[in-house]
Design a binder for this molecule. Sequence first.
Ligand code: NAP
Length: 495
Amino acid sequence: MEKKYKLFINGVWVDSEDGSSIDVINPATGEKITEVSQASQNQVNAAVDAAREAFDRGPWSRMAPAERSNLLLKVAERIENKLQEYATIESMISGKTIKQSSNYDMPYIVDNIRYMAGTARNFEGKALKEYVPEGASTIRRDPIGVVAAITPWNYPLMEVIWRAIAAISVGNTVVVKPASLTPVTTLMLASDLEAVGLPKGVFNVIVGPGSSVGEQLAKNKKVDMIAFTGSTEVGKRLMELGSSTLKKVSLELGGKAPFIVFDDADVEAAVQGAVVGGLVNNGEDCANSTRYYIHENIYSKFLDALLRELRKVKIGNPLDETVDMGPLISESHRERVESYIRKGIEEGGKLTYGGKRPLSKGFYLEPTVIETDNNSSVIVQEEIFGPVWTVLKFKDYDEVIEKANDVIYGLGASVWTKDITRAIRATRDLSFATVWINEHVPVPSEMPWPSYKQSGSGSSLSTYGLEEYTYVKHVYFDISGATRKSWYYQVYGQK
Ligand code: NAP
């Protein structure tokens, strides 16, 4: 890792104008590992101007899709070749285990980019068709323009791929503002994009607090679209900021996924899925299973097995290949998560497992299980964004669907059953944008990652995820050649 990282604006690496910088802390130790220049107001505007110029007058938006695609394929290859370096730095800045970043996040990112590079080449409108006798219509899909991509700390690089690489793959230009806690791999990506010859101004990175740099970027009149991944609260604020110039706003926000286990399920498989669904990314994943609804007939069996497995979870240095769970992202985030544990107990929940700080150094927290029968309690309703899970008992189908749907979020849900009819019915009845049956977490690059309710709007991945960054344009061709078309009399003159 470098000692200090600069900003990337208009194809040039620049220091902060006023000398200010942001420290990057290793959550496993609490120590500073590097620092990054912080963008001034002028630099935020300069990055937007560069993206505007690159979109309006640069070659990127008019380039043959194959040419854009080839550049992205080269970037995917560079990341693949440096996979361990990317994975190690991602783990050092975010606390996620090296097991996850090198075996899952980075290979998945490479696949995401290759998928986008390939799919963007096949982007087409509808073929020409005569919907009226005198005219032929076709549909074009055009890039939107300058996209402000504002991303979170939990998947620092992946979210930049899902937002910024998706946007540029179909001809937009971007200004990325990564989370202040985890900007390093985004800047490494900028360096690799530069190395493969991305035209200047297409991909810019500015770093700084969301409340100042993020807001200034989102408000800029030259920005056409805000692509945001983060909390529901900030998503609402960005909708407000975007409204003054009616920017397109695409939001991927919080989640509170239910994990429903019926009494005919393979309980051991459900338990394995429950540990992984809850623990993936140290419990800091918007898709984490967080509300376990267990049928009363198998409640004790499931819970005993879940606790048996949780005792095996190895917590420690995320760079150790054998570690299952690293630290949370920051001290303040750990305190926030712990406050939810206290709240859960105050509300009558039973702390069945965990809740303690297992190591004296770093921001570690044990996986925590709270049993409750109160679906309205704060720990069941609010996104905790840490390894704190509630377990609730249910009696029948209607009851559990109603409880599962009774949250403001609608990102992911899973159902564990061997009854195919019930499984299909649940996919209809659950108000969540992704429903897994006998599984929790996987999303292939070809499939969308959309949102219901206050989990956001729009989608990532798949063709839907790329369409997100395009306008639909109708083009109408007169094919009659007539001076006066047959319908003009309706406006003036006679038939
Ligand atoms: P966050 O606090 O909302 O921050 C996300 C990004 O927004 C950061 O870059 C942040 O900058 C910036 N920001 C904060 N306030 C802003 C403002 N007023 N104006 C403009 N930008 C602002 O979220 P987080 O804590 O980083 O990430 C966790 C959240 O992301 C969770 O809610 C999680 O569910 C959600 N998430 C959702 C998905 C999904 O696919 N739906 C995926 C991943 C994460 P600073 O870092 O400088 O504060």
